[in-house]
Ligand binder design. Structure first.
Ligand code: F6P
Length: 324
C-alpha cells in the first residue's frame, strides 16, 4: 500500500451527469487513504500537455449535484497514437503519479488499456457515459439521468402529440447502441422503438400503424441515433408516404439528454465506483474497470470492456412488444 502516494483522476469522452460525484468520491477516498490526489484537465489532452491541478477535499465540495465535469473533457486523437501515450506517461512520471483513474466510456478505456499495457502503469477505469454500452457493468454513470431527461422531454411531447393526433419520431442518443431508447421507451409508454440491435423494425412499425396505431390518439416512436435501416428523417418520410392521413413530426432531442443535475441513483453509483476505484489501486489492480453487476462491485479487465459487446436486455425487448 505504501507504494501509492499520489494518484491522478481525469474525465474523458462525452461528459455524463454524475462524473463530478465520481471525482468527489475519488478525491475524498484518496485523501482518507493518505494519498495526494491530482486532477488532469480536459482528459487525455491535459495528460499530454501536462495540465495537472492539486485537488483537496474542499475543491470537490458541492459538486455532487452538478452535471458536466469540473475537470473538463475532450476526445484526443493524439492519445490514439503511441507517441501521444509516451508523452502522457512521461508527464505522469514527471508529476510523480503512482496510479491513474479514468472516468469515461469505451473510447476512453481503449486508450487507458493501451497506456497501462505499453508502460506497465496502473490505470483503473470508472464507467461514465450516458450510453450504458460498456461490457462488464450493468450501469454506467449518467445513464439514469439521461433516461430521466428523455422521459421528461417525451412526456411533454406526448401532450402536444395527443392534442394534434400526431405520430412523433423522437431520436435519442446512444451512439451505436439502443440502451437509452429501449429503457426510456418502456418508461414513456412508447408505441414503438427502433434500435440498431434489431433488424426489420420499419416493417413491424408499418404493420402497427396500419392496425392498432390507427386507433391511438398519438404515437411516440423512439428512435436510437445509431446505424439502422434508414435515418430517422427517412423513416418518417416513408411513413408519411404510406400513411398520408397521418400527421408526422420528427424531434431530435440532442445534447439536452446529457445535461442537468444527476439523479440520486447516478450520484450513489458514482460515489460507490469512485471509492471502489481507489480501493482497486491500493489493492494492486493494474488495468481494470470497476463496474456494477447485480448491485455488487465488479472488476473487469479494461481490454475486455473494449473488445466484448454488451447485449440489450432480452426481457425488456419482450415486454416492450407486449405493452404497446
Ligand atoms: O457517448 C455519449 C454521446 O452523448 C453519444 O450518445 C453521442 O452519440 C455522442 O456522445 C455525441 O458526441 P458529441 O458531444 O461529441 O457530439
Amino acid at each position: 500500500m505504501e507504494k501509492f502516494k499520489k494518484i491522478a483522476v481525469l474525465t474523458s469522452g462525452g461528459d455524463a451527469p454524475g462524473m463530478n460525484a465520481a471525482i468527489r468520491a475519488v478525491v475524498r477516498a484518496g485523501i482518507a487513504n493518505k494519498l495526494k490526489v491530482m486532477g488532469v484537465l480536459r482528459g487525455y489532452k491535459g495528460l499530454i500537455s501536462n495540465d495537472f491541478i492539486k485537488l483537496e477535499s474542499t475543491d470537490v465540495s458541492k459538486i455532487i449535484q452538478t452535471g458536466g465535469t469540473i475537470l473538463g473533457t475532450a476526445r484526443s486523437p493524439e492519445f490514439r497514437e503511441p507517441e501521444g501515450r509516451v508523452k502522457a506517461y512521461e508527464n505522469l512520471k514527471k508529476n510523480q503519479i503512482d496510479g491513474l483513474i479514468v472516468i469515461g466510456g469505451d473510447g476512453s478505456f481503449a486508450g487507458a488499456s493501451l497506456l497501462s499495457r505499453e508502460h506497465n502503469f496502473p490505470v483503473i477505469g470508472i464507467p461514465g457515459t450516458i450510453d450504458n454500452d460498456l461490457f462488464g457493468t450493468d450501469y454506467t454513470i449518467g445513464y439514469d439521468t439521461a433516461l430521466n431527461n428523455v422521459v421528461d422531454a417525451v412526456d411533454k411531447i406526448r401532450d402536444t402529440a395527443t392534442s394534434h393526433n400526431r405520430v412523433f419520431f423522437i431520436e435519442v442518443m446512444g451512439r451505436e447502441a439502443g440502451f437509452i431508447a429501449l429503457r426510456s421507451g418502456i418508461a414513456c409508454g412508447a408505441e414503438a422503438i427502433l434500435i440498431p440491435e434489431i433488424s426489420g423494425q420499419t416493417d413491424k412499425l408499418k404493420e402497427f400503424l396500419a392496425t392498432r396505431g390507427k386507433t391511438r390518439k398519438s404515437s411516440i416512436i423512439l428512435v436510437a441515433e445509431g446505424k439502422k435501416e434508414s435515418s430517422t428523417f427517412d423513416i418518417a418520410k416513408i411513413v408519411e408516404k404510406e400513411f398520408p392521413e397521418m400527421d408526422v413530426r420528427v424531434s431530435i432531442l440532442g445534447h439536452i439528454q446529457r445535461g442537468g443535475s444527476p439523479t440520486a441513483y447516478d450520484r450513489v453509483t458514482a460515489s460507490r465506483l469512485g471509492v471502489a476505484a481507489v480501493d482497486a489501486l491500493l489493492n494492486d489492480q493494474r488495468s481494470i474497470m470497476v463496474g456494477i453487476a447485480d448491485n455488487d462491485i465488479t472488476h473487469v479487465p479494461l481490454n475486455k470492456t473494449v473488445k466484448l459487446h454488451k447485449k440489450v436486455n432480452e426481457h425488456l425487448l419482450e415486454i416492450i412488444d407486449l405493452l404497446i
